[in-house]
Design a protein around this ligand. Structure first.
Ligand code: GAL
Length: 370
């Protein structure tokens, strides 16, 4: 009898321990098998600072980010309250918005900085308040990610790759970009924005890919600053067409917005894309895909806002659960010469440490200077 009582007592203690384990272990949600039978999620406050709302690519990104957080909320029972701010391309405005996030004690901050050189100051502020930071779209210096390792991270796409893809698409045309057959590819570049790594790397690596393919090339002018903007892209291309006429064979646009503007200018000047001039962009925004479908754009590169935003949200959730993040999460670009190649499908990010990236970037810079 005594023995039986001991067994019953042991079983009771075991059941209590299992129940405690179930409730105590969960960080994000106290929903399942807590023994109380109630399913209740947690509320998380997420501050999102966007460099400016009036940007084609970042609008796609922002909308997908909000949709994905909503889906995560529905799946987990948690509530993700997003506070998305428009930095209006002004770092002072954005710093104020991020300061507000800090005062409001947000659980995490996602920042698409106006000026990536502000990353250090922002990370220091967030660190003092113990709020993790996910930087997106505008890559900071490696050293900035070493200020608060594990709690700051960059989620993006490697701009070098997008530039290389642009050059490779030109090299893959029937006349390798040399439309007038004079042995040299004469090109112009439409430049996004000087403080932006994407603009710098795309500018350098698009033409490096021509070199690597053994193609002789010559810039007709210094890169035209066009601020990622369609109207500006159109304006500078129109001026270049007037100045260089049929000499101009290739337009490398740092993004699709400017490429679309270039196509408008080219057609207004009575020229035909893919017959007497090539134009390549980056992003795969709907306007560019439309042109591509009609043969009025040579190519673009998918800047995968879908997987970049999902990864940024997943990493933010990880950080809000108290876990550490890797320094870098990379989503691949995709070469697009046919509309179907721009299709969005789930992909896994590649991670990288700050040590590894320093080695890779040193090699990259060496290759560029050779
Ligand atoms: C780039 C994108 C541009 C612009 C820029 C903003 O990745 O290609 O269109 O959105 O980001 O930083």
């Amino acid at each position: 009898m005594k023995k039986l009582w001991k067994i019953v007592a042991f079983m009771f203690v075991s059941i209590v321990l299992v129940a405690c384990g179930n409730t105590g272990g969960g960080t994000a949600s106290s929903s399942t098998e807590s023994g109380t039978g109630t399913a209740e999620g947690k509320t998380y406050n997420v501050g999102v600072a966007i460099y400016k709302f009036d940007d084609n690519f970042m609008t796609l990104y922002r909308e997908e980010l909000a949709a994905y957080f909503k889906k995560l909320g529905e799946e987990t029972g948690n509530k993700y309250v997003l506070d998305i701010q428009d930095g209006k391309q002004d770092q002072a405005t954005q710093t104020e918005q991020i300061n507000n996030f800090i005062n409001q004690k947000k659980d995490v901050i996602l920042a698409n900085l106006v000026d990536p050189t502000a990353a250090g100051a922002i990370i220091n502020l967030a660190k003092a308040a113990e709020i993790p930071v996910v930087l997106i779209n505008r890559e900071p210096e490696v050293a900035e990610l070493e200020i608060w390792p594990g709690k700051t991270t960059y989620v993006g796409a490697d701009a070098t790759q997008s530039g290389t893809f642009q050059g490779e698409m030109i090299a893959a045309t029937s006349n390798k970009g040399d439309i007038n057959g004079d042995g040299t590819v004469n090109y112009i570049t439409l430049f996004g924005d000087p403080a932006n790594v994407d603009a710098q790397q795309r500018t350098a690596f698009s033409v490096k890919a021509l070199d690597d393919a053994g193609i002789k090339k010559e810039a007709l002018a210094e890169p035209y600053l066009a601020n990622w903007d369609t109207a500006k892209g159109q304006e500078v291309t129109a001026a270049a067409l007037e100045q260089f006429g049929n000499k101009l064979e290739v337009v490398f646009a740092n993004n699709d917005g400017m490429a679309v503007g270039a196509v408008t200018a080219i057609e207004a000047a009575g020229r035909k894309v893919n017959e007497d001039i090539y134009v390549v962009g980056v992003d795969a925004i709907p306007d560019a895909i439309n042109l591509l479908e009609k043969g009025r754009l040579t190519g673009t590169v998918l800047n995968d806002h879908f997987n970049q935003s999902h990864t940024a949200a997943d990493v933010a959730v990880k950080l809000m659960n108290g876990e550490d993040a890797e320094a870098y999460y990379w989503i691949n670009y995709v070469k697009v010469t046919k509309p179907e190649e721009a299709e969005l499908k789930p992909a896994t990010a590649k991670t990288e440490t700050t040590e590894a990236i320093k080695v890779r970037y040193a090699e990259r810079d060496k290759a560029l200077n050779n």
